[in-house]
Write a protein that binds this ligand. Structure first.
Ligand code: UGA
Length: 459
């Protein structure tokens, strides 16, 4: 199938290479010249396990262009995968989605049928709005266009994007037209029937079952995306709230999570207590959902509480440090991990950034390590002039981190950190305090290595 994809961010690029791997004819459009020049050299602008190799594998067939007119007219299906950044009041800004729809409609051929699919995470009602935008352009052009608009929310998890694209739990399609549903069923046929040869880096999991394609109306499809992210966000906040109480009553939250997770109705996933969620999705989408609710005058106290609990986790870690060190003024703190989660260089809404800012504000010196996110973190922090602060240093050698430090804080649970020689770290420190913000280490192991160990929800 001939496909045009508008936007080559995490969602757009992953979708483009996966659909190209499944033998669709893909042209991806992006206006960002620096991204395009990387893509034209066959280099991925995003860090995502496996994406570089897959991009090289489909290199001879996939095309990248800044020009919608090159990609859209001949396509049967057009996917919009542009960003919906938060506005100041938290609502999602759909300007780029509407602009993309407008540009698409401007170059559509009269009388040819297209399916226009919105993959971006958008407030409920946006598909309807996109259909209106398209119709307006057609009437301005004085042509009879023929476009079916459909919602196809994306459930991609950074760091696991390709795995999730080849082996999704489900595919959700919201459309009012049978034709659009049929086109999307043809698009995803190799995934729905698992008829493709798995790439060597992404073998089919032995227990994987064929995924259902759920079809519904566009508003419900848009709501499914927000409800799914909000549910996962509140599951994490729930266990973090329990973790706080565990500390008060000398219980261990990792044991509690294991015990409740064994109940099939609850399940064990997304019950890891720690520093809570960051990234480009949960913070933005929970705020956007509250924005949608506010417009209807509807209150969502559970979603609000999930956000409060989440951002409190970051402050609690700094409080634990303050308590352990008596004061932060003049102390040196090593930060293990800057990315919002492992296997990505994404630092958007990363807990590490808030923690570093707070530590610097209280007069501490900070030394920070991350396997791949240092460049992004440095840039994000410099926007606030923090790097001009001589008290902030980044290091690429994790074993330089503890030198003369008063405490270490594990913020991101990179694999590398699971394998650290704890004894070697502890020995170099002024005071061997380890705040384990993701409960990576066993308290016994850390203590045996010489650390004063403080986890989350474990005494
Ligand atoms: C999330 C969803 O998982 C995807 O399904 C969705 O498509 C995506 O948002 C999106 O809307 O684009 P993502 O933000 O990439 O994906 O990452 P997650 O793996 O869900 O983790 C989010 C945050 O929760 C991370 O900061 C992680 O450290 C934290 N987390 C996760 C916990 O603190 N505890 C857990 O048990 C699980």
């Amino acid at each position: 199938m001939k496909i045009a994809i508008i936007g080559t961010g995490y969602v757009g690029l992953t979708t483009a290479v996966v659909l190209s791997y499944l033998h669709h004819d893909v042209t991806a459009v992006d206006k960002d010249e620096s991204k395009l020049s990387l893509l034209h050299e066959g280099k991925s602008p995003i860090h995502e396990p496996g994406i570089q190799n897959l991009l090289e594998e489909v290199w001879h067939t996939i095309r990248f262009t800044p020009n919608v007119a090159e990609a859209v007219p001949g396509a049967e299906l057009i996917l919009i995968a542009v960003g919906t950044p938060p506005k100041k009041n938290g609502e999602a800004d759909t300007r780029h989605v509407e602009q993309a729809a407008r540009e698409v409609a401007q170059v559509c051929l009269p009388n040819k049928h297209y399916t226009l699919v919105v993959k971006s995470t958008v407030p409920i009602g946006t598909n309807q709005r996109v259909a209106e935008v398209v119709e307006n352009v057609f009437s301005e052009r004085g042509i009879r266009g023929n476009i079916s608009v459909a919602s196809n929310p994306e459930f991609l998890q950074e760091g696991l994007a390709l795995q999730g694209a080849f082996y999704p739990d489900r595919i959700v399609v919201g459309a009012n037209s049978e034709e659009a549903v049929d086109t999307l069923r043809r698009l995803y046929k190799p995934i729905l029937e698992q008829t493709f040869d798995p790439p060597s880096e992404f073998p089919r999991p032995p227990s994987y079952h064929l995924p259902p394609m759920m079809t519904t109306d566009p508003n419900s499809a848009e709501m499914i995306k927000y409800a799914a992210n909000t549910f996962l966000a509140l599951k994490i906040s729930f266990i973090n709230e329990i973790a706080g109480l565990c500390e008060e009553v000398a219980a261990d939250v990792t044991e509690v999570a294991r015990g409740i997770g064994l109940d099939a109705r609850i399940g064990h996933r997304f019950l890891r207590a720690g520093l809570g969620w960051g990234g480009s999705c949960y913070p933005k989408d929970t705020a956007a959902l509250l924005g949608v609710a506010a417009q209807s005058g509807y209150k969502m106290p559970i979603t609000e509480a999930a956000r409060t609990v989440n951002f409190r986790q970051r402050k609690r870690i700094v409080e634990k440090l303050r308590e352990a060190l008596s004061t932060l003024e003049g102390k040196t703190v090593g930060i293990l991990g800057l990315a919002f989660k492992p296997n990505t260089d994404d630092i958007r809404e990363a807990p590490a950034l808030d923690i570093i800012r707070e530590l610097l504000a209280e007069g501490a010196a900070v030394r920070a390590h991350d396997p791949i996110a240092i460049t992004n973190a440095r840039q994000a922090l410099s926007q606030r002039d923090d790097t001009h602060d001589s008290r902030l240093h980044f290091t690429e050698d994790v074993y330089e981190l503890p030198y003369d430090a008063d405490a270490l804080v594990l913020v991101t649970e990179w694999d590398l950190y699971h394998r650290l020689e704890l004894r070697r770290l502890a020995k170099q420190m002024k005071t061997p305090i380890l705040i384990d913000g993701r409960n990576v280490y066993s308290p016994e192991e850390a203590r045996a290595a010489g650390f004063h160990y403080i986890g989350v929800g474990r005494t």
